[in-house]
Design a protein around this ligand. Structure first.
Ligand SMILES: [Zn+2]
Length: 56
């Protein structure tokens, strides 16, 4: 098992929509079925949601 140092505090995650890397602490985290999706902001979340909206 790999152990990580304190750098997890500044861990970055890619935005699901624009793929921009953002600090995890600033990401908008959306829970999907059994995983989470990160967004840099609500704009991207909105876009993603519209794309993935199956007309409900
Ligand atoms: Zn984004």
């Amino acid at each position: 098992m790999k152990e990580q140092d304190k750098s997890t505090e500044t861990e970055k995650v890619p935005c699901e929509e624009c793929l921009k890397e953002i600090p995890k602490s600033e990401a908008k985290i959306v829970e999907a079925n059994d995983y989470v999706i990160n967004f840099c902001g609500l704009d991207c979340y909105d876009k993603w949601r519209k794309k993935n909206d199956t007309n409900e």
